[in-house]
Design a protein. Structure first.
Length: 380
């Protein structure tokens, strides 16, 4: 029996292995003024959505236990839904305006890349967008007002205009009733078949670039140019392994050596990219490609959260003249600033990752100004 205590549930529940999460139902109780117990509701909690995992291995708490190796390394789960939208009738999902809807968190770097590509291609009118609350609670990503005025655990009205879902997990269960992994963003939802088409940001970005070009206001924008395809794929893999996912491997490591290895790899990669960007305005001379936005989504979060929260603290991005200028250059591209929400970013990381930040205190700094002149034009 669990007793309701504010917005939290006894953390002992989260010691249960994930396989028991889908079937465990708790009677949630409260103590009234007379001291007797009252039943509030029956709630089903899924441990895979929890951000309060308790370690059972005798080391630092793991943020996502099912993605932690015995040696204390973070190993990200694979994306579960990888179906494809086409404009040539080659798949069962046809590119159509108004049919698909994008569920994202503006805190998430993976989801933010899809928001940027949607913006740059000019397909906002063709693909709807709903932003989830940046603070995940025990039930996962919620379609709750994003202002932070509604505390987690309190009743709320859904902000999902398509299905009226309260939690993103409902979309996963509607697609696969047996889904038993971590629920992630982004999600590309098909309103016609009422199921998830894809939850892989790499796939979604490519589909937005190619399959929806007929609906794009900016048809000439090509973020995956064929003439540099091989080199583009190579540097994208490098950025993903060492920077995008590298900060997570450092931040979610539960032992010292895996943390140090991951952290040093992050800064070795940043040093290499700093050198490359000393000679080129963007990763590929003077044109911006998808890999630039892949790197941007980590850089724009680095000094605010990864430096402190994930302990990637050998240097800040502002300590790298070329990376900092490059970050400001990309941030100042038309429409990009409105895709970046530092409040969502900071509240998500510091309030959701309670295994790392149990107090849930959100720092007021650092003071970042990405609107200053960057001087990168000299490299044209």
């Amino acid at each position: 029996m669990q007793v309701w205590n504010g917005n939290r549930v006894n953390a002992a529940f989260y010691e249960l292995p994930r396989k028991f999460g889908p079937t465990l139902s708790l009677a949630v109780l409260r103590v009234n003024a007379s001291g007797s117990l009252q039943t509030l509701t029956q709630m089903t909690f899924r441990a895979l959505h929890s951000c309060s995992f308790v370690s059972i291995r005798g080391c630092m708490n793991a943020q996502f236990p099912d993605e932690e190796t015995k040696s204390g390394e973070f190993k990200r789960q694979e994306d579960a839904f990888r179906e494809w939208i086409s404009n040539d009738a080659s798949t069962r999902y046809a590119a159509e305006a108004g049919r698909y809807h994008l569920y994202v968190s503006l805190a998430c770097p993976w989801a933010s890349r899809t928001v940027i590509v949607r913006k740059l291609k000019g397909i906002e009118h063709a693909i709807g967008l709903t932003v989830v609350d940046p603070v995940r609670d025990e039930l996962g990503w919620a379609f709750r007002d994003t202002s932070g005025d509604i505390p987690t655990g309190a009743p709320f009205e859904s902000t999902d205009p398509i299905n009226g879902f309260q939690f993103l997990s409902e979309a996963y269960r509607a697609t696969d009733p047996n889904y038993d992994e971590r629920v992630t963003v982004p999600v590309l939802w098909d309103a016609k078949t009422k199921r998830i088409v894809n939850n892989c940001e790499d796939d979604i970005c490519r589909m937005f670039n190619d399959a929806f070009n007929d609906f794009a206001q900016n048809k000439t924008v090509d973020l995956f140019p064929k003439d540099i395809q091989a080199e583009h794929a190579k540097i994208s893999d490098f950025i993903y392994e060492n920077v995008n996912n590298g900060v997570y491997r450092a931040g979610f490591a539960t032992r010292q050596r895996p943390y140090e290895r991951a952290c040093r790899r992050v800064f070795e990669a940043l040093d290499e990219l700093e050198q490359r960007l000393s000679k080129s305005r963007y990763l590929f001379t003077n044109r911006i490609v998808e890999a630039d936005w892949r790197l941007f989504c980590t850089l724009v979060r680095f000094d605010a959260v990864y430096h402190g929260h994930f302990k990637c603290n050998l240097r800040r991005i502002i300590d790298y003249p070329n990376l900092q200028g490059y970050l400001m250059d990309l941030y100042q591209q038309p429409g990009i600033a409105e895709t970046v929400n530092v409040d969502h970013i900071k509240r998500h990381y510091y309030m959701t990752h309670t295994a790392i930040n149990p107090t849930r205190i959100v720092p007021i700094g650092p003071l970042l100004d990405l609107t200053k002149p960057h001087g990168r034009e000299r490299l044209n």
